[in-house]
Design a protein around this ligand. Structure first.
Ligand SMILES: [Ca+2]
Length: 298
């Protein structure tokens, strides 16, 4: 894999067809599969992550002949569910000859049960067996049917014009650390795994020496203004009961990017129901051995 600089979070991965990607709105919203296998990170997670700062997107793909290619966008964001997870991408580069994703820019996400595409003549998600930012309808169908030996089949996982039926695809996003956005990704976590947190002043520059070795995103910032939920008092915005699913009491949204009151299970791996912090270290839901939250008068 040619992802030279690290810091990437995998948001989609397909390589063996073990996961069915023809799924409905709620499943695409929450995500499905496993980061160790085939996987969709979930549209709500995409929104929460990309609204916490500036992100870039990288797409890697390969076919049955062993050929692999990649391309990138220097700007990538996904809007909220109220905007049907509208995709924004710009800044194309890579070693494909045609920016086939451009047609999907500014489109809303569609699934077979939620037709938000750009044509009233078709239900693109149903017609092309996927969930995607369909236009009228598509040049790229990375969540289409896994069928790497198909030919000329737009229902299959494919990338059009420059590249055809795929055997594997992987989408990554990475936070762009700039001087002004540094604070969003710096959780202030040192080698001893001691946590401290400085609320990020959004309009002022942060000193350059904030440690960014572990925490890559401000998992607290997205909690702002959410109500506290417990298993018996579901105050969050999702259809699920996040406190039950993630074994805690917290300011869940739908549901979380940090779960400090989750189950204590320090040897778990990438487990969102354990006490964890997204992108703290290894795995998306990096499980913590200890945490300590502190406040003081100022
Ligand atoms: Ca339609």
């Amino acid at each position: 894999m040619d992802t030279v600089d690290g810091g990437w979070t995998v948001i989609q991965h397909r390589f063996d067809g073990s996961q069915d990607f023809y799924r409905m709105w709620k499943e695409y919203k929450r995500g499905f599969g496993s980061p160790y296998g085939e996987y969709w990170i979930g549209n709500e997670n995409l929104y929460l992550l990309t609204s916490s700062g500036s992100y870039e997107l990288r797409i890697e793909m390969g076919d049955v002949s062993g050929l692999s290619k990649h391309f990138s966008y220097s700007n990538f964001s996904v809007a909220s569910e109220n905007e049907n997870y509208t995709l924004t991408i710009s800044g194309f580069s890579g070693h494909v000859h045609f920016d086939s994703m451009a047609v999907h820019n500014l489109n809303q996400f569609s699934t077979a049960d939620r037709d938000n595409d750009a044509t009233s003549a078709w239900n693109c998600a149903e017609d092309y067996s996927g969930g995607w930012w369909y236009d009228n309808c598509l040049l790229v169908n990375l969540n289409g049917r896994y069928d790497p030996t198909a030919t000329d089949d737009a229902k299959a996982m494919y990338c059009g014009t420059d590249y055809d039926i795929l055997a594997a695809s992987q989408l990554f996003q990475r936070a762009i650390i700039t001087e002004t956005s540094l604070c969003y990704y710096a959780a202030g976590i040192d080698d001893a795994y001691e946590l401290s947190y400085t609320p990020p002043p959004l309009t002022t520059k942060q000193p350059r020496d904030i440690p960014v070795k572990y925490g890559r995103m401000d998992a607290f910032r997205v909690l702002n203004f959410y109500q506290f939920s417990t298993a018996d008092k579901d105050n969050e915005v999702s259809d699920a009961n996040c406190a039950v699913i993630y074994h805690g009491g917290w300011w869940y949204s739908s549901c979380h990017v940090g779960n400090f009151n989750g189950r204590y299970d320090p040897t778990a791996f990438n487990d969102p129901s354990a006490m964890c912090w997204v992108s703290f270290n290894i795995g998306q839901y990096s499980v913590l051995k200890y945490s300590e939250m502190m406040i003081r008068p100022i």
